[in-house]
Design a protein around this ligand. Structure first.
Ligand code: KG4
Ligand code: ZN
Length: 331
C-alpha cells in the first residue's frame, strides 16, 4: 500500500458536484474549485444521473485547468473518487484521472467517498487524532464509523433504509420547501423559535442502526391530513422533522460513544452543514466529555480537497489501467 507522491491533484465527481483540488509538495491545500450542478437538476427536484454525468464530462477539464493554473503546480500523482456514487458520474472522474495520469506517467489513486468525508476533518482540524467515532450523514449515507489508532475503519451503525440527507430532500419536497432540499428545509425550520410538536415516537430507539422511512411516512400522513399548508404550517412541520432527525442522530451517537469508549467524536458529510445538527451534536459531545470536531460547512458537502486528504491519509494501491469506477466500493 502506498501514499501518493506530492504535489497531488484530487478529483471528485461522485454525484452532482464537479470538483478539483491541488496539494503542494508539503501537503498543503493550495487550490480548490467546485462547480455545483444544482441549477441543472432543480427543475426535476432531484439529481438526474444522466444529466450529472454529462455535466461532469463538460466541466471537469476546465475545473482541473483552473486549479492547476491557480496553483502553478505540476502534480506528481492524482487521487479520484472511485465509489460509492452514481455510476456514470464516477466513470467520468475515474476515466479522467486515469487518462491524466497515463498522459503524464504519474499514478492515479482510488479513494472511497466516505473516507473522503472522514478525512475532511484534517483539512480544518489537523490536530484531531484517532481513535474517534465518526457520524457520516450525507445524501447517500448515514453511518457511525469507528477509526482506531492505525486509521483502520469499522462500522458501528448505519441506516437500514433512507440516508439522513435523502430524508431531508424528500421531506423538503413534501413541504415544497425548494431545492436543494436539505438547506431549504433548514431555512424553514430556522423560522420557528418554540419547540415544535413531536412528529412521531423515536424509531428503533434501542437499535444501533438508523431508520428514517417511518419519520418520512409520519410527515406525509400529517401533510395529507391538512387541507392546505400555510407558510407557518410548513415552517413548523420542517422544524418537527428536523428535530426528529436530530433526536435520532444524538441518541445513536451517544450510545455508540458509550459502547466504544472513544475520546473523540467527528461529525461530517453534507448534512453536517446543517447548523442545528452541528450544535446538537456538539452539545451531546460536551455532555459525554468527548472532544468534538466538524469540518467547515463547504468541506462537509462534497468537495475534492477531502478526496486528496483521504488519499494522503489512507494508503491504497494505484489504479491499474484496467480498473474502473466501483459504485458499490466497500469501506
Ligand atoms: O455529502 P453530500 O454533499 O453528497 C453525498 O455524498 O450525498 O450530501 C448531500 C446531502 C443532500 O441530501 C443535502 O440535502 C444534504 O446533504 N444537506 C443538508 C444541508 N446541506 C446539505 N441537509 C440538511 N441541512 C443542510 N443545511
Ligand atoms: Zn458525499
Amino acid at each position: 500500500m502506498l501514499s501518493p507522491s506530492l504535489p497531488l491533484l484530487a478529483v471528485e465527481s461522485s454525484c452532482d458536484e464537479s470538483a478539483a483540488a491541488v496539494f503542494d509538495k508539503d501537503g498543503r491545500l493550495v487550490s480548490e474549485h467546485l462547480y455545483s450542478q444544482i441549477g441543472r437538476h432543480e427543475a426535476f427536484g432531484g439529481v438526474v444521473p444522466e444529466l450529472a454525468s454529462r455535466e461532469h464530462l463538460k466541466r471537469l477539464p476546465d475545473i482541473v485547468d483552473h486549479v492547476l493554473s491557480e496553483s502553478g503546480i505540476e502534480p506528481a500523482s492524482v487521487a479520484v473518487t472511485r465509489g460509492p456514487g452514481l455510476i456514470g458520474s464516477l466513470l467520468i472522474g475515474v476515466s479522467y484521472a486515469k487518462a491524466f495520469g497515463f498522459a503524464r506517467a504519474i499514478p492515479a489513486y482510488p479513494v472511497h467517498h466516505i473516507r473522503g468525508h472522514i478525512a475532511a476533518v484534517w483539512l480544518d482540524h489537523p490536530e484531531f487524532k484517532p481513535p474517534f467515532l465518526a457520524l457520516i450523514v450525507s445524501g447517500g449515507h448515514t453511518e457511525l464509523i469507528h477509526c482506531d489508532e492505525n486509521f483502520s475503519l469499522s462500522y458501528r451503525g448505519r441506516t437500514i433504509d433512507d440516508a439522513a440527507g435523502e430524508a431531508f430532500d424528500k421531506a423538503a419536497r413534501m413541504l415544497e420547501a425548494g431545492y436543494p432540499g436539505g438547506p431549504a428545509l433548514e431555512n424553514l425550520a430556522s423560522k420557528v423559535s418554540e419547540t415544535p410538536p413531536r412528529l412521531c415516537a423515536p424509531v428503533m430507539p434501542n437499535s444501533r442502526d438508523f431508520s428514517f422511512s417511518g419519520l418520512k411516512t409520519a410527515l406525509k400522513t400529517k401533510v395529507d391530513k391538512m387541507p392546505a399548508l400555510s407558510d407557518d404550517d410548513r415552517c413548523v412541520l420542517a422544524a418537527s422533522f428536523q428535530d426528529a432527525v436530530i433526536e435520532t442522530l444524538v441518541r445513536k451517537s451517544r450510545a455508540a460513544i458509550g459502547s466504544t469508549g472513544v475520546p473523540r467524536f467527528l461529525l461530517a458529510g453534507g448534512v453536517a452543514a446543517n447548523s442545528a445538527i452541528r450544535s446538537a451534536l456538539k452539545k451531546m459531545a460536551e455532555e459525554t466529555s468527548v472532544e468534538f470536531a466538524v469540518p467547515r460547512a463547504h468541506h462537509c458537502t462534497d468537495n475534492a480537497a477531502m478526496i486528496g486528504k483521504a488519499a494522503l491519509t489512507f494508503p491504497s494501491e494505484p489504479l491499474a489501467l484496467t480498473d474502473s469506477a466501483d459504485p458499490g466500493l466497500k469501506l
